[in-house]
Design a protein around this ligand. Structure first.
Ligand SMILES: *Cc1c(COP(=O)(O)O)cnc(C)c1O
Length: 396
């Protein structure tokens, strides 16, 4: 039995197939996002839920549906299989009693970026990469640096100069070569693209590299497994590059093709920050591509992403699911962080606060039905935000 049933990569735009056995980024023909494809029928025959249930509690329990070919190549810090917790007190307060949170802050490096990086770094190492490079708003660089350290690879990161200091410090601590840029993640991306081409580094930018989405796909696999092989009614997701939306949407299709879930899909709700909302604007305009958001600012670094290469995949998924895309203010995020800590004991990042604020807004205007089962994605830990913590602490 194979460890992975990866067969090839397929362009999400032009449909061209590419061999998976080499390091590559976007489609060589059209420059768009490549998606990993598997022999789902064979996995369906080889694996059943009981087998998966007996495996260790990391995302590697789904290894047949991941791209790494050999167990020896896996670079792991124990990522995945995070708790799916009910939020009874918050749910009652909001008027949304079937409210749950997937607590991603418990991943290595304190954010769900660990999922994508565990898989992408393992696969890059397997395919012979030695130097990995990334533009990042904060958490992705920290996760990449940690997995590179674990796997014995070099890490080159470019981040905005005003990234939360804890995330810059993490990269330095993990031994990465850090460049601070006067600009946003897209400016960092330009720098990494140029340096990678010149120096032969492997650019592991999300959705330019095909396997970070596979790592984040495991959020959808876990959710289905933790609910007894079914999906919730609604998923509220703090969206930057949208890797999680693309990944989970793909996960549900794969699970259906394997006969593990039916055709029902959750409504996928994209939350963005009021001052960085390219996807929300495109959604409202009925467009499939999102123009760059100028002068993006928000306290939530994971959502400070002015352009998303997979805009069309995110917007397609939101629309096909009957979901929506909306913004919340930074103030509402921070209030929600405090509320979740005070009444449920979870200290999350502002991105996660955004999902709470969004649930609140959707119940208030009737977009969420009180009977619906709603899953919030708490994508990062509040402890990585000493600035916000300091403000909260001053209330002592
Ligand atoms: C990166 C990040 C996000 C956005 O995730 P995408 O899947 O890239 O949209 C949300 N929250 C946190 C804490 C992040 O680090």
């Amino acid at each position: 039995m194979a460890y992975s049933y990866l067969t090839h990569l397929e362009c999400s735009n032009c449909g061209k197939t590419h061999m998976a056995e080499m390091l590559q980024t976007v489609c060589r023909d059209c420059g768009k996002v490549l998606l990993a494809r598997y022999d789902l029928k064979a996995i369906g025959r080889a694996v059943n839920p009981e087998m998966v249930a007996r495996r260790p509690a990391t995302l590697w329990r789904y290894h047949e549906l991941l791209p790494v070919q050999s167990p020896e190549a896996v670079v792991s810090l124990g990522e995945g299989m995070t708790p799916l917790l009910p939020l009874p007190t918050l749910g009652a307060a909001l008027g949304c009693p079937r409210l749950l949170v997937k607590d991603e802050s418990l991943n290595p490096t304190g954010s769900f970026k660990a999922r994508g990086m565990a898989v992408a770094v393992s696969r890059a190492k397997e395919l012979g990469a030695t130097v990995l490079a990334i533009p990042s708003a904060g958490n992705a660089a920290a996760a990449m640096a940690a997995y590179a350290a674990r796997g014995g690879l070099q890490a080159k990161v470019a981040m905005p100069r005003d990234t939360p200091p804890a995330m810059i410090a993490e990269c330095v601590a993990y031994g990465a070569d850090v460049t601070l840029v006067d600009g946003l993640i897209d400016d960092c991306g330009k720098l990494i693209r140029e340096r990678s081409a010149a120096e032969g580094w492997f650019d592991i930018s999300t959705l330019k590299e095909p396997y970070r989405a596979e790592g984040k796909k495991t959020m959808g696999l876990e959710l289905a497994e933790q609910l007894g092989w079914r999906v919730p009614d609604v998923i509220i997701y703090p969206t930057g590059g949208g890797t999680g939306i693309v990944g989970m949407w793909k996960a549900f299709d794969e699970l259906e093709a394997m006969g593990l879930i039916g055709s029902k899909r959750p409504r996928m709700i994209v939350v963005q920050a009021a001052n960085c909302a390219p996807l929300v604007r495109a959604f409202e305009l009925g467009e499939r591509h999102a123009a760059k958001w100028e002068n993006a600012t928000t306290v939530a670094p994971g959502m400070r992403v002015p352009v998303a290469i997979a805009d069309y995949l995110i917007l397609d998924a939101v629309r096909a699911s009957g979901g929506t895309a909306r913004t919340v203010s930074d103030e509402a995020m921070i209030e929600a962080v405090k509320l979740l800590a005070a009444i449920e004991g979870l200290l999350v990042s502002p991105e996660a606060g955004a999902t709470v604020a969004m649930a609140q807004a959707m119940v208030a205007d009737g977009t969420l039905d009180p009977d619906e089962e709603v899953v919030l994605f708490a994508t990062g830990s509040g402890l990585k935000h000493p600035d916000i913590m300091a403000e909260v602490g001053r209330q002592a």
